[in-house]
Design a protein around this ligand. Structure first.
Ligand code: CP
Ligand code: NVA
Length: 333
C-alpha cells in the first residue's frame, strides 16, 4: 500500500516496494516515450520546497508533476519565510493545508521528517545532508535497464564515503541485494549507524558489503560510481578534500583495475570533469587542477551512463509521486 506515504529515506520502503517503484518507473518511461497520457494526479497541487540549488531534481519534479496532470509550484530559499521567519512545523501545516504533496530539498534530515509529520500530505525527500532516496530509484532503474537486474551486481562507490550519496547507495544496495563497496579514505567512511543499517539489510538480501581504503577493491566491479568531493554546504573544505581524495579519482588507471571492459560509470551529477564551470576555473587558478572526482576521459567514455541516469530521475520521481498520491490500483507487494 503506497497511498498517502512519504519517501523520507530508503528504509521507509521494503525491498519489494523499492523494486516495485523501479519497475513502475520503467513502465512510466515507456508510456512517455509512446506519448501515452498518464495523468494520475490531475487537479493536484505540488509544493517544491528548496533550501539548496538543483537542476535534475527540480526539473524532474516539475516535469513529472506536469506529465501527471498536477500543478508544481517552486518555493526557493529566497521566496518563502521557511527557516528564517517561520519554523519547519508551521511551514508544514500551512503547505499541507494548501498542497497535496511536498518535495523538500535541504540540509537537515529532521526538517523533512517534521514536514511529513506535520503537513498531513506525502512528503518526498529530494536530498538532505543524510540521504538522497529519489536518486536511488533512478540509479537502480538505470542499472536494471543496462544489465537486466541489479541483484548480485558489484557496485563500487569511490570518493567521499560519508556523504548523502554514499549513505544512500550503501543502504539501498544492501536492501536490493546488490553487492556494495565503499572505497574511501579511513576518515571519510560511512558512520557506524549507517553501516549498521546496511549490515542488517544485507543479512536479509544476501548483499556483500565491503568498506575499504584500498583501490584494489575495484577489481571485478560492474559499476564504478562517484560523487563530488565537496557536497552542498561544505564549500570551505575543498583544499582538505582534494588532498585526501585525489588518490581516489576515477580515471583510466582506476578503471583498468576493474579488469571488466563492460564496467559502467555512474555519477549523480553535477560533476567536476573539465574547466567549463566557474568553480573549476577558480580551483584551476589556485591548484592547476583541470578535473576532480572523475576525468573527462572516463566521464565521456562509452562506459559512462550518466545522462541516461539523469533522465531516469524524471521517470522514477514520477513513479513515487503517482504511487503515493495517485489513488492507483497497486497489487500488494
Ligand atoms: N543529482 C541531483 O540531485 O542533481 P541536482 O542537484 O541537479 O538536483
Ligand atoms: N553529495 C552531493 C550530491 C548532489 C546531488 C551534495 O549533497 O551536494
Amino acid at each position: 500500500m503506497f497511498q498517502g506515504r512519504s519517501l523520507l529515506k530508503e528504509i521507509d520502503f521494503t525491498q519489494a516496494e523499492l523494486a516495485y517503484l523501479i519497475d513502475f518507473a520503467i513502465h512510466l518511461k515507456a508510456l512517455k516515450k509512446q506519448h501515452i497520457p498518464h495523468q494520475y494526479l490531475a487537479g493536484k497541487n505540488i509544493a517544491l520546497l528548496f533550501e539548496k540549488t538543483s537542476t535534475r531534481t527540480r526539473a524532474a519534479f516539475t516535469v513529472a508533476a506536469n506529465d501527471l496532470g498536477a500543478h508544481p509550484e517552486f518555493l526557493g530559499p529566497n521566496d518563502v519565510q521557511f527557516g528564517k521567519k517561520e519554523s519547519t512545523a508551521d511551514t508544514a501545516k500551512v503547505l499541507g493545508a494548501m498542497f497535496d504533496g511536498i518535495q523538500f530539498r535541504g540540509f537537515k534530515q529532521t526538517d523533512v521528517e517534521i514536514l511529513a509529520a506535520e503537513s498531513g500530505v506525502p512528503v518526498w525527500n529530494g536530498l538532505t545532508d543524510t540521504w538522497h532516496p529519489t536518486q536511488m530509484l533512478a540509479d537502480f532503474m538505470t542499472i536494471k535497464e543496462i544489465f537486466g537486474d541489479y541483484t548480485g551486481k558489484n557496485l563500487v562507490y569511490v570518493g567521499d564515503g560519508r556523504n548523502n550519496m554514499a549513505n544512500s547507495l550503501l543502504v539501498t544496495a544492501a536492501t536490493l541485494g546488490a553487492n556494495i563497496t565503499i572505497l574511501a579514505p579511513a576518515d571519510l567512511q560511512p558512520a557506524p549507524e549507517i553501516q549498521a543499517i546496511a549490515a542488517e539489510k544485507a543479512a536479509q538480501s544476501g548483499s556483500h558489503i565491503t568498506i575499504t581504503a584500498d583501490t584494489a577493491a575495484v577489481n571485478g566491479a560492474d559499476i564504478i560510481y562517484t560523487d563530488v568531493w565537496v557536497s552542498m554546504g561544505e564549500e570551505d573544505q575543498y583544499a582538505e578534500r582534494i588532498e585526501k581524495l585525489m588518490p581516489y579519482q576515477v580515471n583510466a588507471a582506476l578503471f583498468a583495475k576493474t579488469e571488466n571492459p563492460d564496467c559502467i560509470f555512474m555519477h549523480c551529477l553535477p560533476a567536476f570533469h573539465d574547466l567549463e564551470t566557474t568553480t573549476m576555473q577558480a580551483l584551476h587558478a589556485k591548484s592547476g587542477l583541470t578535473e576532480l572526482e572523475v576525468t573527462d576521459e572516463i566521464f565521456n567514455s562509452p562506459n559512462s551512463v550518466v545522462f541516461q541516469e539523469a533522465e531516469n530521475r524524471l521517470h522514477s520521481i514520477k513513479a513515487v509521486m503517482a504511487a503515493t498520491l495517485g489513488h492507483l490500483f497497486i497489487p500488494k507487494v
